[in-house]
Design a protein around this ligand. Structure first.
Ligand code: UD1
Ligand code: UDP
Length: 382
């Protein structure tokens, strides 16, 4: 079986590591994977570092599209992907998540009648002003096989008319929907121990276990709206001042670029000169999971980091108006604080006082193996 996998943004490279590993270790005789990198993320610390560290084969094709407006970026990707699909004619196109690279892949393959496999299907924020919400809905509705990480995702698809009990042969008009757990969890299970051996980030940054809050911020409705960005960073300063916590912020390049112009001058200066706030460049995956493992709480607007906080049993403060990972909130392990300074601080205070439980939500770490088995089961030729 020939599959073409599309990656482009950091989290997709990380997710692709799990599938590539499963193919390499269990299915190398049956599945041949080709990896296409759109080049949506291109800084070494947003792309290459993950190929090196997570043992992913180098991309066979790199379109080097880079940054641009949504329309221009997506259109250039479609052109490039279409040409490669034409050459390769894979049995399946494999797409992850909800970025512009996902959307471009979905449009290209749907028009060429190449079956789409969508991994991380079914997630919804119910907020179509998020570019990702539009991308994921369009991708789900063009897919032939949908792999869904959570019960909420299955429920969302059912409400949109997907038949969760459809039977093979699957097509884009009769798609197969599978609840399979979260492929990011596969990586945590695999890399958790290794991270402790390979990285000294905790001692290098002079951190102590449970004494720092890990923060990541990159969503456009936070980075591009000065009031929201100011409220979030003011909350970080207040938590550092009031609770004696260090704040560690591996900063996404989008946020780095916008921070000086979006924050009021005084706030920016205070942030930059604060002795307990550590703004650092994006870190590698192994470093990131160590930060997640040793922090006290996580404040984030990232999709992946929300889940990883739960895996490591850390309280989660969501700096968004809503989340797709609604099970975390229902279990009491996360609070949606949006971009409200007071709400973020009171969430921190709340979690400092209470103990939490973290029942399993995201599967057993074998999502990639399950996905590969289903690809083979559902193709008559293999
Ligand atoms: C993209 C995804 C988002 C995902 C995030 C993961 C879309 C619409 N958004 O957001 O869903 O959560 O990736 O991190 O697909 N930049 C660099 N270097 C890079 C990459 C980006 O400097 O290697 C800067 C550029 O100024 C660029 C900006 O970041 O304009 C935004 O990059 P882009 O890929 O368009 O969106 P993200 O915000 O990264
Ligand atoms: N991540 C990383 N280094 C960082 C920040 C995040 O390796 O400096 C990892 C993180 O552990 C998770 C993924 O990147 O696996 C999440 O990606 P991101 O927050 O960029 O995107 P999202 O998940 O919101 O789409």
């Amino acid at each position: 079986m020939k599959i073409l996998t599309i990656v482009g943004a950091r989290p997709q490279i990380i997710k692709a590591a799990a599938l590539s590993r499963a193919i390499r270790t269990h299915f190398s005789g049956q599945i041949k994977e080709t990896i296409l990198h759109t080049g949506q993320h291109y800084d070494a610390n947003m792309s290459q570092v993950f190929f090196d560290e997570l043992e992913i084969p180098a991309p066979d094709i790199n379109l080097n599209i880079g940054s641009a407006s949504h329309g221009k970026q997506t259109a250039q990707m479609i052109q490039g992907i279409e040409a490669e699909l034409e050459k390769l004619r894979p049995d399946y196109l494999v797409l992850y998540g909800d970025t512009n690279s996902t959307l471009a892949g979905a449009i290209s393959a749907a028009k060429m009648r190449i079956p789409i496999v969508h991994i991380e299907a079914g997630l919804r924020s119910f907020n179509k002003s998020m570019p990702e919400e539009v991308n994921r809905i369009m991708c789900d509705h063009a897919s032939t096989l949908l792999f869904v990480p959570t019960p909420a995702g299955m429920n969302n698809l059912s409400k949109e008319g997907f038949n969760l009990h459809a039977t093979a042969p699957f097509t884009s008009d009769n798609p197969g929907v599978f609840h399979c757990g979260d492929i990011m969890f596969d990586n945590l299970v695999y890399f958790s121990e290794l991270a402790e051996k390979r990285s000294d980030i905790i001692s290098r940054l002079g951190l102590t276990d449970g004494n720092f809050v890990l923060c990541t911020i990159h969503r456009d409705n936070n980075t591009d709206i000065p009031e929201r960005l100011s409220a979030i960073f003011s909350a970080m300063i207040r938590i550092a001042d009031t609770y004696g916590q260090q704040i560690v912020i591996p900063l996404h390049p989008r946020t780095s670029k916008l921070l000086p112009e979006m924050l009021p001058g005084k706030l920016y200066e205070k942030l930059m000169n604060h002795t307990s706030i550590r703004i650092i460049p994006p870190v590698s995956y192994l470093e990131m999971i160590l930060l997640e493992k040793h922090c006290s709480q996580v404040l984030t607007d990232s999709g992946g980091v929300q889940k990883e906080a739960y895996f490591f049993q850390k309280p989660l403060i969501v700096a968004r108006p809503e989340t797709e990972w609604i099970e975390i909130i229902h279990n009491g392990a996360g609070i949606i604080a949006n971009a409200y300074e007071d709400k973020i601080c009171s969430a921190f205070e709340h979690f400092s006082r209470i103990g939490l439980e973290f029942p399993s939500i995201f599967g057993d770490g074998n999502a990639a193996h399950f996905i590969c088995s289903q690809l083979l089961n559902n193709s008559e030729r293999y």
